[in-house]
Write a new protein. Sequence first.
Length: 155
Amino acid sequence: MISMLVKGFTKAHPRRWTKREVIKEAFKWLFATPQEPRPWWKVIVWWELRRIPVNTILGCVGFMSLMGFFLFITLAHELKPGEDAVEPLALLAAPILFNIGYTAGWIAELFLRIVWRERNPVIASALLKLGLSGSLFCALIPSVAWFIIWIARII
């Protein structure tokens, strides 16, 4: 995916972009909010254009966390034969709950615009950063917890 972004950026710009620059520009775009006043529907469009990249970030981190969780719970010798490490329905619920929370982001922005009665250009990026960092934290809790348990048991 990154190589596709690099190719897309190099077509638009004559110089060659490094992967680091592409990632930096992608995150700059992700959290950039327009300075001009926007109607309510453009607020929703701003959030929805970012849904797939945010889901991709969270999905990758969540998958790595899940693999770490399975590794550390196995290394800690916690599971008995035939036991499941995690309830399969919980794995399906996590992305659905995240997307409900993500939708709450643009609902909160529209609500705050009504309450404050003035335009605050940083509210969208602040809500997105808060929601993404909170979701990443929640996604990492199981693997970090079992890593600590595993370390505690081998010490």
